[in-house]
Design a protein around this ligand. Structure first.
Ligand code: PLP
Ligand code: ZN
Length: 417
């Protein structure tokens, strides 16, 4: 494993604590996977042989081959469900062959655990004393839990009032020093970079390349669940753009190793309130113009200056990818439809679903194609969004009814009388 600049290709030792090249660009982990000398069949056999191990260990040769097994901090992440769409979802989204990979079914209820199992294990390997991150809510929840389990001191920077109450509760309960700052996520991200540059504090945002390696497991595990049959599309919500970069990198490596024989297409979805990648896409992948992210129900993707912009664009181009943007109402309605199918998803995941609907309506995704949508967090982290929607007058509102406590009113309300 080495750290290699995504632009000038200068390389550094993997064990060096650094997030950017001397030229200022992001780094990425490059591993020599050829050294395993396995045919595609042998790779698949290797994963089968390790099927009883937790996913991070099962796929470790392709994630972090140089991490010693005894440094791994597991909280039982991964092996998340791949739900076939229900009939109601098929009708609303107008597509039959749709599956939802629910990363909200991870220990801290978001996909961030996939990257954090890798990065906190690496932090332990490097004997780091203090870890830090900025967060829209889920990174801090995940980092706090994994660092707690690894017994590493931890500090999180949050934009005050911009994460849900459940998300705020997570780092506090996991014993992190929790700093609520009077700025937005982009402001927290800027400060945590300055802090970790000045002091020996290990930065665990997704600009840490180790996290991206861990997050590759989402796509790899999905393909394994599909018996290595590649869907036509992967749909994913985009905030800081680490997840779509990881998804692309993992699938690209599977393809290079011959484990899969075609590439899916990628669709990244932003909300109109925070759409810098969408704007770039519409301008033929023009360089990043950061935007001031506005308030959105999809608070985890309220990001105007995505750190992994260049990595994401590289993957999107490689996978003939597209970007789409969605409105607040589209997000809320999509969430209500998926939730009502018995699969509680977060508003950010719902943005992906709303984007899927739009791409199908615009005939970019064809109705006969197969789609896997990545659900990034669990609905239980965002109860306020649910209550606000259902107590309001929305298309799919399921208003709770406040009744006098007697049998008669219940019978009347249920139409039994
Ligand atoms: C972090 C996060 C995202 C965005 O992922 P990026 O890697 O920042 O693009 C989307 N949804 C949820 C729930 C998240 O926590
Ligand atoms: Zn460089």
């Amino acid at each position: 494993m080495k750290l290699v600049c995504i632009e000038c290709k200068k390389s550094y030792l993997a064990e060096e604590i650094r997030y950017r090249c001397d030229c200022g660009n992001l780094l990425e982990i490059i591993s020599d996977l050829k050294k395993f000398n396995r045919s595609p069949k042998q790779w698949k056999q290797h994963f089968e042989n390790n099927n009883s191990k937790p996913p991070f260990l099962r796929y470790k040769d392709i994630l972090l081959p140089d991490l010693p097994d005894n440094q791994v901090i597991l909280l039982n992440e991964g092996d998340t469900p791949l739900y076939p769409a229900t009939k109601e979802m098929q009708e609303y989204f107008k597509i039959t062959n749709l599956k939802l990979k629910h990363e909200g079914m991870n220990p801290t209820l978001s996909f961030k655990d996939r990257g954090m199992v890798a990065a906190v294990s690496w932090a332990k390997h490097l004997k780091v004393k203090l870890v830090a991150c900025a967060s829209t809510g889920d990174t801090s929840a995940s980092m706090a839990a994994y660092a707690a389990y690894a017994r590493i001191k931890r500090v999180v920077l949050l934009p005050e009032g911009k994460v849900s109450i459940e998300q705020l509760s997570q780092p506090i309960s996991s014993g992190a020093i929790t700093l609520e700052l009077d700025t937005d996520f982009d402001g927290c991200m800027k400060l945590v970079q300055e802090l970790t540059k000045k002091y020996p504090i290990y930065l665990l945002n997704s600009m840490n390349s180790i996290r991206i390696e861990g997050q590759k497991a989402i796509g790899i595990e999905t393909l394994h669940q599909l018996n290595w049959e590649v869907p036509d599309w992967f749909i994913v919500p985009v905030g800081n753009a680490g997840n779509i970069s990881a998804l692309g990198k993992g699938l690209r490596e599977l393809h290079e190793l011959g484990i899969i024989n075609k590439l899916p297409r990628l669709a990244g979805i932003e909300v109109k309130a925070a759409n810098p990648l969408y704007i770039s896409y519409k301008n033929n992948w023009a360089p990043l113009e950061p935007v001031q992210a506005k308030e959105t129900v999809a608070s985890a993707i309220q990001i105007g200056n995505p750190v992994s912009f260049k990595k994401a664009v590289r993957e999107l181009k490689h996978f003939k990818g597209v970007m789409e943007q969605v409105s607040e109402q589209e997000v809320k309605d999509a969430k209500a439809v998926v939730d009502a199918s018995g699969i509680p998803i977060c508003p950010n995941s719902a943005a992906a679903m709303a984007g899927l609907k739009k791409l199908i309506d615009n005939n970019i995704i064809k109705q006969e194609e197969s789609v896997v949508a990545i659900m990034t967090a669990h609905g239980g982290k965002f109860s306020k969004a649910v209550i606000d929607y259902h107590k309001g007058n929305n298309k799919f509102s399921n208003k709770p009814k406040s009744l006098k406590a007697n049998l008669e009113t219940i019978e009347e309300t249920l139409g039994l009388k």
